[in-house]
Design a binder for this molecule. Structure first.
Ligand SMILES: Cc1ncc(C[n+]2csc(CCOP(=O)(O)OP(=O)(O)O)c2C)c(N)n1
Ligand SMILES: [Mg+2]
Length: 490
């Protein structure tokens, strides 16, 4: 048996170097020798040597080199104890490792033992306590006051914008809205750790990342009001922002589709040797989509510089994370793909900033993907189409809203440094409020895109079937003018 194992090991190493690396021709001329083991061939009987070198297997599929295939084929009847020569045992320990293609760090064992479903513990990284004070032993990132204040101002503007847009939607001024309440630190601080050259593929709740890059309040308002100044010409639902100028790819709400796009973009950045990575944001619910797994594996295998930032906010609409997966969080899943990961307290802006900054630098300099799980509770309803009181308790919500607010935590840290105070806070809130209301009024006063825009921009010249559809719509409008919205030019 020892011979079978040894011969098998030597042969499978050949298989690894030929079949799996496409070097069949070169290997064909070489003796069957393991680079790390003594050459076993001299110990084999001549019949076996002939088999190793010459035997081809009639069942080998076309296109697969017979050399590579035969390397693993030795008929059992020829491996009887009689046929086995005595082998010197020195230097070969069969029990130590497994040399199967693609298997790393796997030792042999005689114990019949299953791998536990419990993963190794993944700690959650944080540097600030709930009170906004550095935790014992924490190494705080170097963050100048200007950057810290900009992060805070962004979070406040985002909160005010979310609040006013949400209310405007409830008044029927536009059709849909989603806030990121409770997740402000995770989004803004992660965006602050990136470079503007990094390409963002967001899910839909990351308006803070776009705001960080300079997409202004007026641009947000135009998009939500679907008016003629909206870059998408009113064809997308509200909150489906996109901006080429800001390297922010337009939101596409089928869950998780953005992940594989990000990997492709990252691979392209790598080929162009750009000092940039791709960044994709997604929720805990998105990790149950096939696209998540395909993207993770693709990124790991292609060594693409992409940051997978999972906002684990506890809920996917009404589905709690307890019904979403059986693993201990999301970060742990990266191991299965051979990818690095970190779990971060997403309500600690400083921790998020340092984790994303380090991950970005590793992703680019080492050309590798990294998974970052940020734990940050969704305080808002899922969207304006949702009523979360139907599926979660008021106590759960108020715990996170009152006790665990990420913006308050960061403000306490700023105040502790003497960089911020209540008066500045009140001024900032009222300034943001005025700017956002002005942007909304302006957006509301603008015309909608013309009807003809529904049919353009997909094809160079409009095909006949679309022309037909346009004439049906125009006929319907002519017959029922009262049903047609007066602010949409014909
Ligand atoms: C492929 C697909 N399935 C279902 C939906 C409906 N849907 C919209 S949001 C959502 C929940 C996503 O939850 P999560 O990824 O955790 O993000 P969160 O809303 O919590 O930020 C679902 C199921 C969708 N948009 N796309
Ligand atoms: Mg979620």
């Amino acid at each position: 048996m020892a011979l079978i194992r040894r011969a098998g090991r030597s042969l499978s190493m050949l298989k690894r170097s030929s079949l799996f690396h496409g070097k069949q021709k070169k290997q064909r001329q070489q003796p069957i020798v393991s680079p790390s083991l003594p050459n076993l061939t001299p110990h084999l009987p001549s019949s076996l040597i002939r088999l190793q070198i010459n035997t081809t297997y009639s069942a080998i599929p076309r296109g697969i080199s017979s050399c590579s295939f035969r390397s693993s084929y030795i008929p059992n009847r020829l491996l009887t104890s009689e046929a086995q020569p005595k082998l010197p045992d020195e230097g070969i320990d069969d029990t130590q490792f497994l040399d199967f293609p693609g298997v790393k760090n796997t030792a042999f064992t005689c114990d019949l033992k299953f791998v536990s479903e419990k993963s190794e513990e993944v700690p959650c990284y944080r540097v600030l306590s709930e009170l906004g004070e550095p935790v014992d032993g924490a190494k705080l990132p170097q963050m100048a006051d200007a950057l810290a204040l900009r992060i805070y101002e962004n979070m406040i503007t985002l909160q005010v914008m979310d609040y006013l847009f949400y209310e405007a939607q409830r008044q029927g001024r536009f059709s849909f809205y989603m806030t990121c309440s409770g997740e402000e630190a995770a989004i803004v601080a992660s965006a602050a750790a990136l470079s503007n050259e990094d390409v963002i593929f967001a899910q839909y709740r990351e308006q803070g990342a776009l705001m960080w890059r300079g997409f202004d309040l007026q641009e947000f308002a135009h998009q939500c009001y679907s008016n003629s100044a909206d870059y998408g010409k009113g064809r997308q639902m509200p909150i489906h922002y996109g901006s080429k100028k800001h390297n922010f790819v337009t939101i596409s709400s089928p869950i998780a589709t953005q992940l594989s796009h990000a990997v492709g973009a990252a691979y392209s950045l790598k080929m162009d040797r750009k000092d940039a990575c791709a960044v994709t944001y997604f929720g805990d619910g998105a990790t149950s989509e096939g696209d998540f797994h395909a993207a993770m594996n693709f990124a790991a295998v292609m060594e693409a510089p992409v940051l997978f930032i999972c906002r684990n906010n506890g809920w996917a609409i009404s589905t709690p994370i307890t019904d979403q997966y059986r693993s201990d969080g999301v970060a742990t899943k990266s191991r299965a793909y051979g990818m690095r990961s970190i779990c971060v307290d997403g309500n600690d802006a400083l921790a998020v900033y340092s984790a994303v900054k380090s991950a970005r630098s590793m992703a680019i300099s080492e050309s590798r993907p990294i998974l970052i799980e940020v734990l940050t509770y969704r305080v808002s309803h899922h969207s304006t189409s949702d009523d979360s009181t139907k599926y979660r308790s008021g106590e759960e919500l108020s715990h996170w809203k009152v006790m665990r607010d990420p913006v308050v935590r960061f403000r306490r840290w700023l105040e502790g440094n003497g960089w911020w105070n209540r008066q500045k806070d009140t001024e900032l809130q009222s300034h943001s409020r005025k700017k956002i209301i002005a942007a909304m009024m302006n957006a509301e006063s603008m015309k909608k895109p013309p009807l003809s825009d529904l049919f353009t921009d997909v094809y160079d010249s409009i095909p006949t079937n679309l022309k037909e559809q346009e004439s049906y719509v125009r006929e319907a409008v002519a017959k029922n003018p009262n049903l047609y919205p007066s602010d949409v030019p014909l």
